[in-house]
Design a binder for this molecule. Structure first.
Ligand code: G3I
Length: 388
């Protein structure tokens, strides 16, 4: 029973981490704590061996799973080594920036598909699938949005945007994140939805509308509802999980053309409140609605872990493997994407940097594109996953 093993591993790890520092203060690496305490944080016996260095996309494909990553055009254009690794490892590409409103709509009346098209072509040229992220979100809106979009014209903007973009890429997209991060129980609405500009202007039905427009213009794409902050056994995440289930159930009961749920999974290396049973049950509940599941933005933040590189890499790798073992046990999970490939380019270096100034190490490849233990961990999870 793999789940029991997982709990034990995470708990053992946490027990050791707990000796390092208290939960709240774990972020601050107090001078001198490492030398003796790193020894107590010993998961060094954990084995991350893999039989061969077969690329992740191939290992995943053997099990009927798609592996890929988010990437930006500027990175692929400026770094041929990265482009080569990306093509070698990834079976699917998702633009990290280029299909968001602020990139696609420089002015209210002009669409610019240049960067998105370049990435779609890169994917095609290298035999990869292409994913769309994202048609409706409360972030990454263009600077003009606030002064232009209002209650009166919001529906026109939303429909026009989704129709234009999905039509432009129709037939080229494996899956679209139609709506992103629409829940936020902290906003205290009874339906758990986020008080986003779209909700304020259009009410909760903007979500259903978005899916209907996307389905009409690109009937081939898998239409996904994507969300975040729901992986752990803490009240906030529990509330998010139940808000999402409520939303998905409502959409399905109204015949909305929604095909999948995207679980982002920006994880934390230091977090011990990972409850395999609860996450597994949530995924089963989603699957029972007839939805596929994609892990859309996987990475592991190491902000609160000790300095020591080897130890840090081990904890990050363990987090990947423990998480993926649970998630891939659910056969409705058809894809795993990491949010980037190389540590050098991760959003985390800007949004969750380490207080000691050391480079973050959240992804499968290091800054020189060498595979890390995290790579092994992902490979091992694919190797052990049941076949779809
Ligand atoms: O717009 C400028 C651009 O002109 C310039 O070249 C660039 C140079 O740094 O900066 C650009 O702004 C960046 C912006 O993305 C582009 O839209 C910001 O610096 C950058 O911080 C910003 O962050 C991105 C964020 O989404 C907002 O779009 C992150 O890189 C990206 O990883 C993050 O991704 C989100 C997912 O979409 C949804 N889930 C959470 C995830 C992480 O926050």
């Amino acid at each position: 029973m793999p789940n029991r093993k997982l709990v034990t591993r995470r708990q053992a790890l946490w027990l050791s981490l707990g000796t390092l520092t208290s939960i709240g203060a774990i972020a601050t690496a107090k001078a001198g704590y490492e030398s003796q305490q790193i020894e107590s944080l010993d998961n060094s016996k954990r084995n991350f061996k893999v039989a061969a260095y077969t690329p992740l996309k191939k290992r995943a494909a053997t099990k009927g799973i798609i592996y890929g990553a988010a990437i930006r055009r500027d990175l692929l254009q400026s770094n041929p080594k990265l482009a080569a690794s990306f093509a070698q490892q990834c079976g699917i590409l998702v633009p990290e920036w280029e299909l968001k409103w602020n990139f696609l709509r420089p002015t209210p009346n002009r669409f610019d598909f240049t960067a998105g098209d370049w990435l779609a072509k890169f994917a095609r040229t290298h035999g990869m699938l292409f994913r769309g992220h994202t048609l409706v979100w409360h972030e990454a809106l263009p600077p003009w949005f606030k002064g232009v979009v209002n209650r009166q014209n919001a529906e026109k903007f939303l429909v026009e945007h989704i129709a234009t973009v999905t039509k432009h890429y129709a037939g080229q997209v494996h899956s679209w994140d139609v709506v992103n991060e629409a829940t936020k129980p902290g906003d205290k609405r009874s339906d758990g939805l986020r008080n986003s500009p779209w909700l304020k202007f259009l009410g909760p039905d903007y979500i259903e509308l978005a899916f209907r427009v996307a389905a009409e213009k690109d009937p081939k794409a898998l239409l996904v509802y994507n969300d975040t902050e729901l992986e752990y056994d803490i009240p906030e995440h529990e509330a998010t999980r139940s808000a999402i289930l409520k939303l998905l159930e409502r959409l399905k009961s109204r015949g909305t053309p929604i095909h999948a749920f995207g679980i982002q999974s920006h994880l934390w290396g230091h977090e011990n409140r990972f409850n395999p049973k609860k996450l597994r049950k949530f995924l089963a509940d989603v699957a029972s609605l007839g939805l596929k599941i994609l892990v859309t933005e996987l990475d592991v933040r190491d902000k609160n872990l000790p300095k020591d590189l080897k130890l840090r890499d081990r904890v990050v790798a363990a987090t990947y493997e423990d998480y993926l073992s649970v998630v891939l046990d659910e056969k409705a999970v058809i894809a795993v994407l990491t949010w980037g490939l190389s540590d050098r380019d991760s959003w985390i270096s800007k949004y969750a940097p380490r207080s000691d100034g050391l480079a973050v190490r959240p992804l499968p490849f290091d800054s020189n594109l060498k595979p890390k233990l995290a790579w092994n961990a992902i490979a091992r999870a694919f190797d052990r996953a049941p076949k779809r």
